[in-house]
Design a protein around this ligand. Structure first.
Ligand code: GTR
Length: 340
């Protein structure tokens, strides 16, 4: 396929069956380019705040270059799940990708820092920590892996939902089969609470809940709602265990093809898309909450302490070098509560 041809239209099914289409693209040196547009992908659908923020990023690029640079967004996981599309991005088959930190955990240990349960005490704490030098250090750690980390986006806080009963204490989680993203940190997190962890791509969760393959999962309000998981998992228990951010990355191969001034523009446009995303995000959380609550899902508050105790106990397994420890300490020092 030449760079000016339209990309093959992948059905979600095709790409999920072994990611063959993606592999072929890489092997044949194809990329998913449309005309000269740069390409981006996101597992979420059009309208979701991360997708809209990346589209806004593309508009800024176009405005600032009089259309010389533009962006084509492949939303809704149509090019495959996050792990597969990250691989394509690394090989230059896609220019940009918006993913969660989870699939980066197995690629770069520093990303585990911001994915630790109960590390951030609030959204404000997460934003303050990652908007500055700490965030820049984590983003820069992706470069040796073929990715340029451009910015972090909000992802709210993640809580458990399931098809059986409200979760009030870790004891209520024993024996539950809970889906997690493909990250050993997430697996350990769920195991530390006595549940069985089932790593699985996001787009298989709805069906697996409906068929009883899993009993539940964990995610933020917008993903719980947008993936329609709330239609089958009717109990949402607000553990708020994780405030790990989303990440917007560029392929290093594509980055190296840009002039220094275009690189600076890309960085700047990405930063500019962050406040835009946060505004959309805050509104989306409220909208998703209203939809979920309106549908009659039973939502319960939990006392976080026993969950925090179990889940922070496993930090040491993942934070095992001085650089990671240093970042954790700097993030903890920014807590308003000041606690460790
Ligand atoms: C969402 C996140 C996605 C994906 C998903 C998951 O909150 O926005 O990027 O990581 O969670 O659980 O797989």
């Amino acid at each position: 396929m030449s760079q000016t041809e339209a990309p093959p239209s992948f059905s979600r099914r095709q790409t999920l069956v072994g990611g063959c289409a993606a592999a072929t693209m890489i092997a044949s040196g194809c990329s998913a380019r449309v005309g000269d547009a740069l390409t981006a992908t996101d597992t979420h659908v059009f309208g979701y705040p991360t997708v809209q923020a990346v589209i806004r990023f593309g508009e800024i690029l176009s405005e600032r270059t009089d259309g010389r640079l533009s962006l084509k967004m492949y939303a809704g996981g149509q090019l495959g799940n996050e792990r597969d599309t990250l691989e394509i991005t690394t090989f230059g088959g896609l220019d940009f990708n918006r993913v969660n930190l989870a699939p980066l955990n197995s690629i770069e240990p520093l990303t585990k820092v911001a994915a630790l349960p109960f590390l951030f005490e609030s959204t404000e704490h997460m934003r303050t920590s990652l908007d500055g030098e700490i965030g820049e250090e984590i983003l820069a750690s992706l470069e040796p892996h073929g990715l340029i980390g451009l910015c972090f986006y909000d992802s709210g806080s993640r809580s458990f939902y399931n098809t059986r009963a409200p979760i009030r204490t870790p004891d209520d989680m024993r024996g539950l089969k809970l889906r997690v993203p493909g990250s050993d940190l997430y697996v350990a997190m769920v195991q530390s609470l006595g549940a069985d962890a089932v790593p699985m791509p996001l787009d298989e969760v709805y069906q697996s809940l409906a068929q009883g393959v899993i009993d539940g999962a964990e995610n933020n309000w917008p993903s719980f709602e947008s993936g329609k998981h709330f239609e089958v998992a009717r109990f949402y228990s607000l553990t708020n265990h994780l405030l790990a951010p989303e990440v917007f990355v560029m392929s290093k191969i594509s980055w190296d093809k840009l002039s220094a001034s275009d690189q600076a523009l890309v960085r700047d446009a990405a930063k500019q898309s962050v406040p835009y995303m946060r505004k959309l995000w805050d509104a989306q959380v409220e909208k998703s909450k209203a939809i979920v609550l309106g549908s009659g899902v039973e939502v319960n508050e939990v006392e976080p302490a026993p969950f925090a105790e179990a889940m922070t106990g496993m930090w040491d397994r993942f934070i095992d070098n001085d650089r990671q420890r240093g970042l954790v300490e700097r993030i903890q020092a920014l807590r308003k509560g000041g606690g460790a």
